[in-house]
Ligand binder design. Structure first.
Ligand code: TYD
Length: 222
């Protein structure tokens, strides 16, 4: 299928909400329709900064300044090397965590100042076409994390995740720049998949805005 432009979706929310599972399911669903989808995650495994972040899951967290520097360094590489080229090739980019995670996870450590972290990131990095925030009660989220692993890592303390969740909700309510979709992650996989799928089709059929003379058919009509 010929797509007229790239489309960028960020999957966000606290750990244990099922966003990675959902991204995988949706990727398959869109590919069945003929869309070309690539999926990346942050922090990456590719940069020194990304590796240092991963090491800190077990070794203990770095200072706030150090974390911010690592996440931004890692993101610079990811955006330049993978995301922008994929969008230029008119692919659909799914990104498992982006600068909204920095705003909330690091924001909690910065007296809840998610605003300045978002601003800093927006000076450097592109805004997604859609940002999906998966919201879930922290106790349920931690149960889900523990189902897969023996112990939580240093980013996954109960009170910390509560604070991070609250910032995601605050950001959803107050930020006027992002295009957000808030998902109640207690819903079934089928329900969530359908909500995102419908939203995606609605947004993709609105584009491209500048080439309105080119009538775009919905994928299901092709
Ligand atoms: P996660 O997606 O859980 O990675 P993995 O599946 O490999 O464990 O993300 C790792 C952690 O990094 C997660 O707890 C959130 C945190 N994080 C931040 O604190 N700031 C950020 O900017 C990003 C991208 C992630």
């Amino acid at each position: 299928m010929e797509q007229k432009r790239g489309f960028f979706i960020a999957f966000e929310g606290i750990d244990g909400t099922g966003k990675t599972t959902m991204a995988n399911i949706l990727k398959e669903r869109l590919e069945t329709l003929g869309y070309s989808v690539v999926m990346y995650k942050e922090p990456t495994n590719e940069t020194e900064a990304g590796k240092k972040i991963r090491a800190s899951y077990v070794k203990g967290r770095a200072t706030l300044e150090q974390e911010l520097q690592w996440f931004i360094e890692d993101r610079e590489w990811n955006v330049t090397t993978r995301i922008l080229p994929a969008l230029a090739e008119k692919k659909i980019v799914f990104l498992d965590r982006y600068f909204f995670s920095t705003a909330c996870y690091q924001g909690v450590r910065k007296d809840n100042d998610w605003i300045s972290i978002l601003e800093l990131n927006r000076e450097k990095f592109p805004e997604p076409d859609l940002t999906i925030i998966f919201d879930l009660d922290v106790q349920i989220a931690i149960k889900r994390i523990m189902r897969d692993r023996e112990s939580a890592n240093t980013f996954e303390g109960m009170q910390y995740l509560r604070d991070v969740r609250a910032l995601f909700l605050e950001l959803f309510q107050l930020d006027t720049i992002g295009n957000y979709l808030l998902i109640n992650a207690e819903k079934s996989i089928e329900e969530i998949s359908e909500i995102i799928y419908v939203k995606f089709l609605e947004l993709i059929s609105e584009t491209p805005k500048k080439e309105s003379d080119l009538k775009e058919k919905k994928p299901s009509e092709k």
